[in-house]
Design a protein around this ligand. Structure first.
Ligand code: G3I
Length: 319
């Protein structure tokens, strides 16, 4: 069968996956699957703050470099993930008792160091993630608390300074379709555009289950209104968790959810990529975070394509 990455160009998008860099080294079949099927990768953890700067001013790029080298060896684009987020922060930072000025200097230096290191090699960056709450308001986070709500605008400006060519993205979950959170994300990015902040795209993560997936029409409409602000969109972290063991009917419903979300993306020219949060069910965050759930990705643990993969291929073919 045709691979996803062979079908994607005619559909006008890239197809991506989050990569577990440790598994990349330990599991050659996983590495082969990624290289064969995808032309865009996002490090699942390897570029997060606690991983790259475990101690103040001591950077560790071992995993991030390995990911970028893997991508380059296989002609894949890299999406950097993530510069400003309130999780996976090192203790030296969260326990450091820093002033606003110190936090601004730390964040600016962190962003400058990462984005400069990979200038020209990381095509797009998740500059900021998960800043909006369920009620549509800015969440109270380590960064908003320490710096103030303008930490977002500052982060985009600092990233742009370090690599003016990089595509800069805001990435969030639960705001894919209609609702207060989608409206809040829309207001946030509209406000950033209004202030001439260098933001290029909004990532819709799409971590869903069978019963809470958004309506495809709502996703399309949401992408269209973002496009009207001059923003591109991406589906950035899709997975569809199922109760384990996954049955045939659930796998077929899952296939329809994947197909419908990809169709929504393909209906909007500004939607540029479709990524899943992992490649095969062998390496996925779901079973650890949602005990009893899993089987959320396009390929089974043994690497074989699931009905969801057939569905995605079919939608790409018909595009
Ligand atoms: O690296 C340590 C390792 O040294 C240690 O032995 C091990 C023991 O538990 O923990 C390892 O760190 C874990 C890390 O994944 C790497 O495996 C963390 O505990 C664990 O919390 C972390 O989970 C990640 C999660 O983000 C953290 O919030 C998941 O892998 C990752 O899939 C998930 O990804 C996020 C995106 O970045 C943002 N959007 C939502 C998405 C899903 O939550």
């Amino acid at each position: 069968a045709a691979t996803l990455r062979s079908l994607a160009p005619a559909a006008g998008i890239r197809v991506g996956a989050a990569v577990d860099v440790e598994a990349l080294e330990a599991d050659p079949a996983y590495a082969r699957l990624l290289a064969r099927e995808f032309n865009l990768v996002t490090p699942e953890n390897a570029m997060k703050f606690a991983v790259v700067q475990p101690e103040r001013d001591r950077y560790d790029f071992t995993q991030a470099d390995a990911l970028v080298a893997f991508a380059e060896a296989h002609g894949m684009q890299v999406n950097g993930h993530v510069l400003v987020w309130d999780r996976q922060l090192p203790d030296w930072l969260t326990q450091g008792g820093f002033s606003r000025d110190e936090l601004m200097a730390i964040l600016r230096e962190h962003i400058r160091t990462l984005v400069t290191r990979y200038r020209g090699r990381v095509a797009s960056w998740d500059v900021a993630a998960e800043a909006v709450g369920e009620d549509g308001k800015l969440r109270d986070t380590f960064w908003s608390h320490g710096i103030g709500p303008d930490y977002l605008a500052l982060a985009f400006r600092w990233a742009h300074e370090a690599d003016p060519q990089a595509r800069l993205r805001y990435n969030d979950y639960g705001g894919e379709g209609a609702g207060a959170k989608s409206d809040g994300i829309y207001r946030l990015v509209a406000d950033l555009r209004q202030q001439d902040v260098p933001i290029d795209a909004v990532g819709l993560q799409m971590h869903v289950g069978l019963d809470d997936a958004p309506r495809a029409d709502d996703v399309r409409i949401n992408m269209k209104r973002l496009a009207a602000l001059g923003l591109q969109t991406d589906i950035t972290e899709m997975d569809v968790m199922l109760p384990l063991p996954a049955r045939g009917t659930a796998l077929r419903r899952q296939a329809r959810v994947y197909g419908a979300m990809l169709q929504a993306c393909l209906a909007v020219p500004q939607c540029r990529s479709f990524s899943t949060w992992g490649a095969s069910d062998a390496h996925s965050w779901i079973p650890e975070y949602f005990p009893g759930q899993g089987a959320a990705l396009l390929f089974a643990a043994d690497g074989r394509p699931k009905p969801a993969c057939e569905s995605v291929r079919g939608v790409l073919r018909r595009a």
